[in-house]
Design a protein around this ligand. Sequence first.
Ligand code: AKB
Length: 323
Amino acid sequence: MESTTLIIGASGQIGIELTMALRQQHGAQAVIASDIRPTTDTELLQGPYEVLDVLDKEAISACIEKYNVREVYLLAALLSATAEKNPEFAWKLNMDGLFNVLELAREGKLDKIFWPSSIAVFGPTTPKEATPQHTVMEPTTVYGISKLAGERWCAYYHQRYGVDVRSIRYPGLIGYRSEPGGGTTDYAVDIFHKAIETGKYSCFLRSDTRLPMMMMEDAIRATISIMEAPADSIKERGGYNIAGCSFTPEELAAHIQVEIPEFEITYEPDFRQAIADSWPSSIDDTYAARDWGWKSKYDTALLSTTMLREIHKKKAPSTVTHH
Ligand code: AKB
């Protein structure tokens, strides 16, 4: 049987798009999508789909055997805002899920793993501008703590057992195909939907909160390129900084107003403000550029026009205007 790739957490914001991209590249049967619940998503059902709990190591092992899986993308996790509401479960899910997959690789059942880290590994004592690859890391959220610990475990499994695990510190990801799920950067997706649906948006972060962000297409390209890079070019076995663009809610609103002049934004910061305040505002990604050729394509203006155009298309397929 041909070897296959397993995506755990395929129904999530990154999972859906990554499944589509990898199936496009390798064929639908070569990519096994899985998540904790059954799906009705027609994209995910284009190829094999399994109900799989990342906390059930035996079930993952059986799935690996059934499909001759050699590569795993482990995307199941609680994101920053949701994790703060249930810290104990967030720690369990984010850490035990990773251990299960790292252990299966150590046992020789997998050749390669992708595990997502995040800008949440940084904290208030980290330099905020052009945050370097190697710097002070004192995260204050349970999500950030789990990502930092996860990075260290990935590096440990690589160094001690030779496990080929690769990771990226994603910034906020902005896409039009899938909904974000419980992150602090989610406003930058919701704002486009609300701008088109109602012309108004109430933002849960302050107007001047600058955060690192990235168009989903860039993020998927980064994920596939780090996984395709030769093993000896991957020097960082924790997580790589990657940069897309950085903006504040006020700046993003101004970009939207270029195309929807009547768009109005108001601000009602909630508990997510403190999370955002602890994160960098921009990222230095020279290590990713040097080691595996990373370069982003989307600036804030292109991100904004792409989001508006594509969401419009989805909502009113017959009245599309192409910019
Ligand atoms: C979140 O906001 O929790 C995520 C992230 C930056 O990891 N989007």
